[in-house]
Design a protein around this ligand. Structure first.
Ligand SMILES: Cc1cc2nc3c(=O)[nH]c(=O)nc-3n(C[C@H](O)[C@H](O)[C@H](O)COP(=O)(O)OP(=O)(O)OC[C@H]3O[C@@H](n4cnc5c(N)ncnc54)[C@H](O)[C@@H]3O)c2cc1C
Length: 549
């Protein structure tokens, strides 16, 4: 029994999970299965995370549905029949609710609860958290599964408060349907969300203007329904699929088969045939099944970019619009490419226009619309598809204070410093799977599953070996950060003007926010840590700490 104080504690648990997205649900299920008392607090009024908040028309996966799904339970995997290779938001949200019920987790989750402070209590060796509603929570361990893309980013648009129509963000979409019928619409942003939304509404609206800052290499998703035969195949091959997706040797976390060749293995003519095959492949396969040297051989990447540029020119009827849609400042893959159906085709519809923010920047919004340097356009709806405060956004807004009151948001002012993308020195017993340097840029749940499995294993190990604290040492953190800094320039996602460097958020320090070493480095460095009984000093007991003083 813990010693009670006169404080009115509402919840006292071994493990507090914050966030009920795909990562938080898994973290909770693993903690409960390992026998910890555990609870989840979720700010939204439902579970699903990204798939609860991003409800805009045509929001969908660009990971294959079954590759994104949980793979630790055959019963769950085979109990859900995905309708499409790339499922839409409603189906994904239903699936995550199905998973919560399947594992009987509903009673452990409280929605509509935002954590507003998390303060480490050294004497009691636990976290004290408070919610927006004023509840007080004690937790031995905190798993902050608060998401890398959960804080919408709004550009500073003068006059927006005077706009009399609807202003929406794709990442905080209303639960009541938005009526686009006959409306005049602005979409600000041409990343994956803006590119998905445009084709979904272009036939309904009076007109839609897509505001583009930097063109992206958008390619077709090539989605298809999952046939009955494929459903059977997926069910019958669960073990094989789970082993392949779950293997640390699988850097992307997809099932795609690499092409198995370098560009030099083909003649220029054969390369064009190969590129056509790649263009017709599903989603991320355009990166994962391309030539091995696509991202290391500038010449071959430029050749692929020219192939893509010619595709844009062949689809988009107006040559000027086509040229504006073709990226000139980055190679394919350097920024996270959107995979979307009918994006370029939308610009052939009379209702759609492309507005280049480089040529005609926005001056201000007003009651009736948006003024650019080219003039004024009237709108009923302005949609911000301007992305998120990636990686650090949710964590630095949660009032986290670690050892000696160390404020996480101040500590990370010059960029995040962490160990393994989920823990930090001077933040004892605080895990943040999916945080900065957590994802490698591939299929997300496979990275976070690796992290959660290790975190749960560590909590169990600590319990069984008498440790009550995990905190990576300064040396362990420095080694991880040295790996990040050394490999970041070699990462495929190396364009510094992307959200992976925080470049989409005004005033945010530009630091690489992915794990450039991928799953292989993650496993290697975690194995190094666990190779000693006390994880190289990261695990401690009260006795250890007192003796060290
Ligand atoms: C539109 C869109 C499409 C995507 N498609 C793919 C895809 O196809 N494949 C892929 O691999 N990845 C995709 N991603 C990336 C996506 O972020 C991850 O796949 C995954 O959803 C992350 O899960 P998570 O649980 O870490 O975070 P989230 O799903 O973001 O969940 C975090 C939760 O934490 C809650 N929260 C945050 N702060 C607090 C707080 N202080 N108190 C309480 N609760 C809090 C939030 O409300 C949220 O519900 C997509 C992202 C977006 C935005």
């Amino acid at each position: 029994m813990r010693e009670m104080t006169d404080k009115d504690v509402d919840v006292d648990v071994d493990v507090l999970v914050i966030g009920a997205g795909v990562v938080g649900i898994y973290a909770l299920q693993q903690a409960v299965e390992a026998g910890f008392s555990a609870q989840t607090l979720e700010a939204g009024d439902g579970v699903g995370g990204v798939w609860y908040w991003n409800r805009y028309p045509s929001a969908r996966f660009d990971s294959e549905s079954y590759a994104y799904a949980y793979i630790h339970s055959k019963e769950l995997f085979t109990g859900w029949k995905w309708q499409e290779e790339f499922a839409t938001q409603p189906e994904i949200e239903s699936y995550l609710n199905f998973a919560v019920d399947h594992f009987d987790l509903r009673g452990h989750i409280r929605t509509g609860e935002r954590v507003v402070s998390a303060v480490w209590q050294e004497a009691a060796n636990r976290w004290e958290l408070t919610t927006a509603k004023g509840e007080l929570i004690w937790a031995r361990w905190v798993i902050s599964a608060t998401g890398g893309l959960s804080v919408p980013n709004y550009p500073d648009l003068e006059g927006l408060e005077t706009f009399s129509g609807q202003a929406l963000h794709t990442g905080a979409w209303p639960h009541t349907p938005v009526d686009f019928e006959g409306k005049r619409v602005a979409i600000i942003g041409n990343g994956p969300s803006g590119a998905q939304l445009l084709p979904a509404i272009v036939d309904t609206v009076e007109y839609v203007d897509l505001y583009q800052r930097t063109p992206t290499w958008t390619t077709p998703l090539n989605n298809t329904p999952i046939t009955a035969e494929r459903q059977t195949w997926l069910r019958e091959h669960f073990e094989e699929i789970a082993a392949k997706l779950g293997s640390p040797a699988n850097p992307t976390g997809f099932l795609h088969e690499p092409a198995g060749k370098f560009s030099t293995d083909d003649s220029p003519e054969e390369r064009q045939v190969f590129f056509e095959k790649v263009w017709n492949s599903p989603g991320f396969a355009k990166l994962t099944t391309n030539y091995y040297d696509l991202t290391t051989n500038r010449e071959i990447n430029l050749e692929f970019c020219e192939f893509l540029a010619n595709k844009v020119r062949s689809i988009v009827a107006d040559p000027e619009t086509a040229e504006r849609l073709i990226p000139k400042d980055h190679l394919f893959g350097a920024k996270r490419p959107p995979f979307v159906t009918n994006y370029y085709e939308s610009f052939n519809k009379a209702a759609a226009s492309l507005i280049s923010l480089k040529e005609t920047p926005i001056v201000r919004a007003d009651a009736t619309g948006i003024e650019t340097t080219a003039g004024h356009r009237d709108y009923d709806i302005i949609v911000f598809a301007t992305g998120f405060d990636f990686g650090t956004g949710a964590l630095t807004r949660m009032g986290v204070k670690g050892l000696d009151g160390l404020d996480l948001s101040t500590d990370w002012e010059d960029g995040p410093s962490d160990f393994a993308g989920f823990s930090a020195n001077r933040m004892p017993n605080f895990f943040f799977p999916g945080g900065p340097h957590g994802a490698g840029g591939g299929n997300y749940p496979r990275y976070s599953q690796d992290q959660i499995d290790w975190i749960t294993g560590t909590m169990v190990y600590a319990r069984e070996h008498g440790y009550d604290r995990f905190e990576p040492t300064g040396t362990q953190q420095e080694a991880w950060m040295a790996m990040v800094e050394t490999l970041a320039p070699l990462s495929i996602f190396s364009a510094e003007h992307s959200h992976y460097y925080g470049a989409n958020v005004e005033g945010k320090v530009r630091k690489f926010l992915l794990n450039p070493g991928g799953r292989a480095k993650l496993h290697e460095m975690l194995a190094e840590m666990t190779s000693t009984e006390n994880y190289g000093g990261a695990l401690s007991t009260v006795h250890d700490r007192v003796s060290a003083v």
